[in-house]
Design a protein around this ligand. Structure first.
Ligand SMILES: [Zn+2]
Length: 249
């Protein structure tokens, strides 16, 4: 079945790896902005956004993978003059991400709030990160900040959800992102969350980037789901929900 990896970082992948994803059935992916060291200046962010929306999209198409670029300031990429990167996002962004909270510091909350306001104003979908550390506590803070922004729930995916946070996320009407990779969810854990909560509110992703071991996990998860569930349901999490969220055809 064709599938959609709704959160990855294509910059960390070679063409051969992107091709392997496409060959495994992953024909569509959102490639999120993230810089692996804290940028020293907002111009680094802007150049990364330019690269993602041009060069990366072309590399994807050479590999048979349609890449949808997401631009935004990740909580681990906040430089001193971060505000200077906002106008580029406002003028060129189609998807805002990866944004979110890592430690829930004051500046992280400010950067997230401002980007959510921007997304609300422009009616753009958002990919919102939650951290590994203090998952429950920081996810609650993320939900509070998103609620306060007043952005429509249908535009927001709260990502890297776990069995401990998923209920809070979908109860409030947001999409929940299931990230299948070592250290996050295993295929079995993702399958069991879907078994418990149904297929309506979820999207799948690998968050694959600068490590190479998780790039096919969305296809692996979809295959495991196909063995156990109705193909109409599987199709929702494999591709349809993501297309709805990111307004794609
Ligand atoms: Zn990510």
């Amino acid at each position: 079945m064709e599938c959609f990896d709704t959160h990855m970082h294509s910059e960390g992948k070679g063409i051969t790896e992107l091709k392997a994803m496409a060959e495994a059935g992953i024909k569509l992916a959102v490639s999120c902005a993230y810089y692996p060291v804290t940028p020293s200046h907002s111009s680094t962010l802007v150049d990364m956004f330019r690269k993602l929306t041009t060069f990366e999209v072309e590399r994807g198409s050479k590999a048979g993978l349609r890449l949808i670029p997401a631009v935004g300031i990740h909580p681990r990429c906040i430089c001193e003059d971060w505000q200077n990167a906002l106008s580029w996002i406002e003028e060129n962004g189609k998807v805002v991400g990866e944004i979110g909270l890592e430690t829930a510091s004051e500046v992280e909350v400010e950067v997230l709030s401002v980007q959510l306001e921007l997304a609300k104003k422009l009616d753009l979908p958002c990919i919102v990160h939650t951290p590994k550390k203090n998952k429950l506590e920081v996810t609650e803070k993320v939900l509070e900040v998103v609620d306060r922004s007043g952005i429509g729930e249908e535009l927001v995916v709260i990502d890297h959800a776990t069995s401990g946070t998923v209920e809070k996320i979908i109860k409030r009407g947001f999409w929940a992102g299931l990230t299948v990779q070592p250290g996050k969810l295993s295929v079995e854990e993702a399958v069991s969350i879907l078994e418990n909560y149904g297929f309506e509110s979820f999207v799948l992703n690998s968050d694959t980037g600068f490590n190479d071991f998780e790039m096919l996990t969305v296809a692996e998860t979809v295959k495991a789901l196909e063995e156990r569930f109705d193909s109409g349901d599987v199709k929702k999490v494999a591709v349809e929900n993501g297309k709805k969220l990111f307004k794609l055809r």
